[in-house]
Design a protein around this ligand. Structure first.
Ligand SMILES: [Zn+2]
Length: 261
């Protein structure tokens, strides 16, 4: 593992809440990055909780609103941040992911925009993590993407497009076809196609969680409205994101193939 570029600027606050990522041959490589907000009144309360052995929760990193960066759990260990979760058909995501907590009071305590110094630090940290682990863009997710029935973090104010411009995660360009479709109602066929797009992107769907899962998608990729209702705009975004995911996965396969040729 190469040395972390963020080394000197990071503060250490070891949390006891971690365990093994598994023993060989069952150990799986880190291939996922999960972003959270803390959802607590302030940074200190979040740090206290993430280090409380009774709470049994943690993350690998925490980023304060002024950009101060803490390491709580070494990346080689499994932190307890995702909980019951699912992405691209996989469960137990703590085993294969790195979790980053971003300080924000969240929807419960007064959700507010993520300040510039904080976003700059998040960007630097994520780039550093991605430089050391093979994490594909379609596996950089928010907590609400992988647990939409329980979680809404980091939420609709989080600047995913900015991160994508820095090479972190996906943000497809506006879909020209969506503009064309706008204004028409969403019929049964479009609905079926939209739910297929949602599943293809990675969201784990059941009839009971359809609306909250659509809301999670909207918070992330269409943050102007996240009521979980399927309209033409959401259908267009779903299609655009699906195409971006498939392009990323095809490029990955191509690289894998050329490595063996
Ligand atoms: Zn979370």
């Amino acid at each position: 593992m190469t040395q972390s570029a963020i080394g000197p600027d990071i503060r250490e606050l070891p949390s006891p809440n971690h365990d093994s990522r598994g023993e060989p041959p069952d150990i799986r490589p880190i291939n996922m990055l999960v972003l959270h907000y803390t959802g607590m009144q302030n940074a200190q309360a979040a740090l206290d909780r993430l280090c409380d052995p009774e709470a049994r929760v943690s993350a690998h990193y925490l980023v304060e609103e002024d950009g101060t960066l803490w390491r709580l759990v070494p990346e080689a260990r499994r932190a307890f941040h995702a909980g019951i979760s699912c992405w691209q058909g996989e469960h137990n995501l703590n085993y294969l992911s790195i979790g980053v907590e971003i300080v924000n009071p969240g929807h419960e305590w007064g959700y507010r925009p993520f300040p510039e110094p904080q976003m700059a630090a998040v960007e630097l940290l994520c780039r550093d993590i991605l430089s050391r682990h093979r994490i594909p863009p379609d596996r950089v997710v928010g907590h609400s993407d992988i647990a939409p029935d329980r979680k809404s973090d980091p939420g609709e104010l989080f600047d995913w497009p900015r991160l994508a411009r820095a090479g972190i995660g996906l943000w497809p360009p506006p879909d020209a076809a969506a503009a064309h479709r706008r204004g028409r109602g969403v019929g049964v066929l479009q609905r079926t196609a939209a739910l297929a797009d949602l599943a293809r992107i990675g969201y784990c769907l059941s009839p009971a969680t359809e609306q909250v899962t659509l809301a999670a998608f909207q918070r992330r990729f269409r943050p102007a409205r996240w009521d979980g209702l399927l309209d033409a705009e959401t259908c267009g975004r779903l299609h655009a994101v699906r195409m971006a995911v498939e392009a990323a996965q095809a490029a990955r396969q191509q690289r894998r193939r050329s490595r063996f040729n």
